[in-house]
Design a protein around this ligand. Sequence first.
Ligand code: ADP
Length: 169
Amino acid sequence: SKRNHTARIFLPHLVASMEEVEETYIMIKPDGVQRGLVGEIISRFEKKGFKLTGLKLFECPKELAEEHYKDLQSKPFFPKLIDYITSGPVVCMAWEGIGVVASARKLIGATNPLNAEPGTIRGDLAVQTGRNVVHGSDSPDNGKREIALWFREGELCTWMPVQEPWLIE
Ligand code: ADP
């Protein structure tokens, strides 16, 4: 891909680890935005060492919320979930890194915030499943699918953080 190509030009020593580089879609849900948690949540992924490649504040149309959560269509809470996600602006993010999909899920914590470990975003900042402040893709394939769903090509950035050689051997 274009992104891998850039890494090879600037940091040839990274080629070996490029295989494990993944992308994930992270979204701060409307409650996270309303509660002023945007900076706090972004900073957790940033400090961990992942690379931000897409970021926008966005009012999600109903159709997009339904498409994003289509696997949950048959669940009794589906209409409430769509109302929740479309109730105010969300922050859409694409993050890139080695093992970023599973690692982001760990940083986020369990779906039910009461079961989420302290130290995780949901464990520290939320109490209810229906207001669990953040979304993270559950597989590398869904990461790609969701980034393509929420971002246009021109909204994603290819760049090389100066810290990278100090983060990845
Ligand atoms: P996760 O977001 O942790 O991947 P799921 O994919 O199971 O969890 O569910 C997607 C989202 O749907 C949850 O984050 C939550 O906002 C909502 N949700 C899941 N289960 C329930 C429930 N029982 N009641 C209300 N909302 C729910």
